[in-house]
Design a binder for this molecule. Structure first.
Ligand SMILES: Cc1cc2nc3c(=O)[nH]c(=O)nc-3n(C[C@H](O)[C@H](O)[C@H](O)COP(=O)(O)OP(=O)(O)OC[C@H]3O[C@@H](n4cnc5c(N)ncnc54)[C@H](O)[C@@H]3O)c2cc1C
Length: 333
């Protein structure tokens, strides 16, 4: 059988590795980092169906996740808005999730090479799952840190600040993950999470974080988020294929669902039943059909959360009881 080579051992790469090992396909994952490690992520998984969990051998790993349903939207100077998600979400740290998936992949006979960077040129059997592609000049920065002794008012608290939003959710071990997307700080401006929360006008949230206990080693940052498309001759999954705005809580699910689609297409290639060009064309078609609409709607809705006029419309609709939360959720999921 042919070996599938995956560049990047984040969620998409590890999920594909697990899905292929379950089908008996030889797989090598090349990962630049090491496990366990903290990642910038809201650690809030929405819309991940049970079939995908089973197909990717994730049922046991995700059994330890906390379940979440209630969401509280807060914005200074406006009444908070509370609602339930149409379906239960899962909360689990990336520190734990990526490490568990990497161990399961190695235990299933996968070849996992950490601490080395893989190439990015197209080659039969090579899948790019190396995450978001950095873009010089991007105006966003993502920051995250875990805290202890921090009480939450809902399963997920979403705080809207000036051009920024911050999510708080409880993960395993009673820790709370605090993760946000902020405008990139200017030269000389403080760039710690609490500094950015305060700079976004979220003073009372900054005070709450200051009186909690931070897990210093969990602090991390990411900049240069790119919403572009990969070159068409590449087989690309997860964020490398397309970035969905973080507020949807759906990026991890897109990574795992794209891995499940890819595993189904790659098995026949590995067994020599399909040529690579044909496999690549079918996979790209599958990914477009499944995700193009979600990614597009995520990008359309993203500015509404960040721009003051967009938020005014959202609040008015909510006050009149006309905010179509269920349909909006389904458009991005
Ligand atoms: C601020 C923020 C908040 C978010 N919150 C949420 C949320 O609450 N819920 C949600 O579902 N999603 C969220 N996301 C999105 C989610 O984190 C991503 O969609 C998900 O991690 C994508 O998985 P991936 O495997 O494509 O990429 P990643 O998880 O980023 O993995 C890519 C891997 O590739 C490796 N790599 C990179 N280059 C190379 C190379 N050349 N060679 C070898 N390895 C390489 C990296 O080390 C990394 O391990 C958020 C994103 C941001 C920025």
């Amino acid at each position: 059988m042919h070996t599938v080579e995956i560049i990047g051992g984040g969620l998409a790469g590890l999920a594909l590795g697990l899905g292929l090992r379950a089908r008996g396909v030889p797989v090598r994952i090349i990962e630049a980092g090491k496990y366990p490690r903290h990642r910038v992520c809201g650690e809030f998984i929405t819309g991940l169906d049970h079939d995908t969990r089973r197909e990717l051998q994730l049922t046991d790993i995700l059994a330890g996740a906390r379940q979440a349903r209630g969401v509280l939207w807060s914005e200074p100077g406006r009444p908070s808005v509370r609602h339930d998600l149409p379906e239960v979400a899962l909360c689990l740290s990336r520190y734990h999730l990526d490490e568990s998936m990497a161990s399961a992949f190695a235990a299933a006979g996968g070849d996992l090479r950490t601490g080395c960077r893989g190439p990015s040129d197209a080659k039969p059997g090579r899948i790019m799952a190396s995450g978001r592609r950095p873009q010089a000049g991007s105006r966003w920065v993502g920051l995250k840190q875990h805290f202890h002794q921090l009480d939450l008012r809902e399963d997920l608290e979403l705080h809207l600040g000036q051009g920024a939003y911050v999510g708080l959710t409880r993960i395993e071990g009673r820790a709370v993950n605090v993760c946000g997307l902020f405008p990139r700080p200017g030269r000389g401006e403080a760039c710690g999470l609490i500094d950015r929360v305060r700079a976004a006008g979220l003073a009372s949230l900054a005070l709450r974080l200051e009186s909690a206990t931070p897990v210093e080693a969990s602090a991390c940052a990411v900049a240069g988020l790119d919403y572009g498309r990969p070159a068409s001759q590449l087989a690309a999954l997860g964020d490398y294929h397309g970035l969905i705005p973080p507020f949807t809580g759906h990026g991890m699910t897109v990574a795992m669902q794209s891995a499940a689609l890819a595993a189904r297409r790659l098995e026949p290639w590995a067994r020599g039943r399909f040529a690579w060009d044909e496999t690549l064309a079918l996979l790209q078609q599958d990914l477009r059909r499944r995700f193009a609409r979600k990614l597009a709607w995520g990008r359309v809705l993203h500015p509404w959360l960040l721009a003051p006029h967009g938020r005014r419309v959202v609040h008015l609709l909510h006050r009149w009881g006309a905010l179509p939360l269920g349909p909006l959720y389904r458009l991005c999921h």
